[in-house]
Design a protein around this ligand. Sequence first.
Ligand code: ZN
Length: 409
Amino acid sequence: MITKTKIPLLKDHHSHPFLSALLSDCIDLKEAQTKEEALSRMREGNKDKINIILGWSNHRYLFEEQDLDQLPPIIICNTSFHCFLINRATKEKLGNSHQAILTNINDEKWVEQNLPNILKFIGSLKPFRPQQLKTFFRYLLQQGVWFAEEMLLPFEWVIPLFREKGYFDRTRFWANMEMFHSLNQETQKEVYGIKVFTDGALGSKTAALKVPYSSGEKGVLVYSDEELHQLIDQVAGINKAIALHAIGDRAIAQIVTVLSKINDEQGGIPPTRIEHSLFISQHDAQKAKSLGITLSMQPNFSIDSTRFQDRLSECYYRQINPFRMLIDDIGFVPGEDLVFGSDGLPYGVQTALEMALFPPLPSQVLTLDEFVGGYCMPSQKNGFIEVTIDEEKRSVLTKVKFEARNPVF
Ligand SMILES: [Zn+2]
């Protein structure tokens, strides 16, 4: 059966528009299928500056130190942005600066504990042209995205920049606690909430799991229960919302336990989102629902059920993105306490909708109405997407239509 319909443009609840705009002209290894191809692409890097390299997936190939030491100065970012490789030429170029990062970049726990600062450091290596933001928002719109939440504010000047360029109404800013406290009072008001990383990611094998990865590791839990409790208390104290990054079941269980305790002690919790919630169990979903927590999830990540079979046991990869359990059994409602985004992997309606309607597993399927509820703008005022769904071929065709006269385009 073939269905044709129109849906509003997307509201991407988890994205990184500034970082994506800033890094949009970097060398990308996404298309490099072999290590040799990747090395030859990186050899083309500029010898006089530090080259940020994107799109490296360690399920395809690994790099040896000697492979990288023959290259121009590079910092390779794993696609997850939770693991980085820095070569000798970069270390020489940085000299005595950024010693903590250079010394600890291979220490998984340190990297997860210091992730916002590492991303800020990487961002500071690239000169930024305001035109890049405009180009990126134009790209987002062509991909069907109207609104993109900025999950990790890297620099104070980014907020006035968004305002000046006319994108302020198309985003919402989250910042980590350290960044928030460094802002002046007026700018603090513009920050919607505080972002906290409680574990790592699957791409770097640092998402905190109860049952270890096939290599024996269990991932990284960034905080002890007490530390997380204190941090959430601090967020409540400044009257902001909180977005807790948690991918593994161990991290999600910790969040739910700590928030239940806070709720018992204080009779409430700050407005809370769990970002990703990839391996949320039925038990923790029930508790999250009763605490009024919103789950902010990525239909795109359903593909991890096939992508990461190299590191996860079958019982684990079958648990990824359990949307049917969350909606049918627990009662989460898309658009109310279940919202969707891309994390930029990739941006846009095409992959998001295809992965929502036709994911690898039946437990991950969303209906079109659920997708629209949790992922779309409330109206078609700024544009719409023509959608053709082919049930038999399990494919989706999307065509984005927007008002070309729009001043920001
Ligand atoms: Zn993110």
